[in-house]
Design a protein around this ligand. Sequence first.
Ligand code: SAH
Ligand code: DHB
Ligand code: MG
Length: 223
Amino acid sequence: MSMELWRQVDDYVAQRLTPPDAVLEAALARSEEAGLPSIQVTPGQGKFLHVLARACGAQTILEIGTLGAYSTIWLARALPPTGRLISLESNAKHVDVARRNLSDAGLAELVEVRRGAALDSLAKLSAEGAGPFDLVFIDADKQHSADYFEQVLPLCRLGALIVVDNVVRGGDLADPRTEDAITQGAQRLHDYLASERRATATTLQTVGGKGYDGMLLAVVTET
Ligand code: SAH
Ligand code: DHB
Ligand code: MG
């Protein structure tokens, strides 16, 4: 079992289920050209998010952490024409690249990228009475994942799905002595959810082109 094998299987699946897509490839090319880090979800994970959004019939989606809008495009493509996606991003260059990628993807009408620190943007969304959201994808600065989760709960409908990326980190999640900030953020999220009665959650471990990691999946059980 190796990274090489995980990549081969990712490629096998991608060849059949995520055929070459000019829009997504152009979005990645622009992101790379602009010097954005290549830390977006893999094609298989993007398709996974898309399938989840379709499975819950999402009409309203909130994303925290846009980068170049690669995951955003996968999610927004699951929306009906009347749907809406709001994506929060603090980095001005990322916002600029993401907006151009979304425009070229024909998704500018459905998607709004809001610039600012996510906790501030979430407070504003709350004050505006935004939502309720059917699906939330949390994928920004991982030390705040638990805070984001707690802040988005009141913006969700009963039964909404909340997905959090990068919670396993090569298995470090189970290491109580880890000093990795991303892993510590994932541990704090799990500790928080152990006593959060308004949601029920599990963590799905994944392997693939981006190595060994995982996503936390939660359903809102009380609003
Ligand atoms: N969801 C994207 C990847 C996001 S990478 C994809 O899979 O395609 C994480 C992003 O979160 C980066 O663009 C980073 O700038 C942004 N970010 C980091 N801290 C943030 C904060 N406090 N508020 C909003 N965005 C933040
Ligand atoms: C990394 C990966 C991610 O998916 C992300 O959202 C942020 C960082 C990383 O591997 O560093
Ligand atoms: Mg991520």
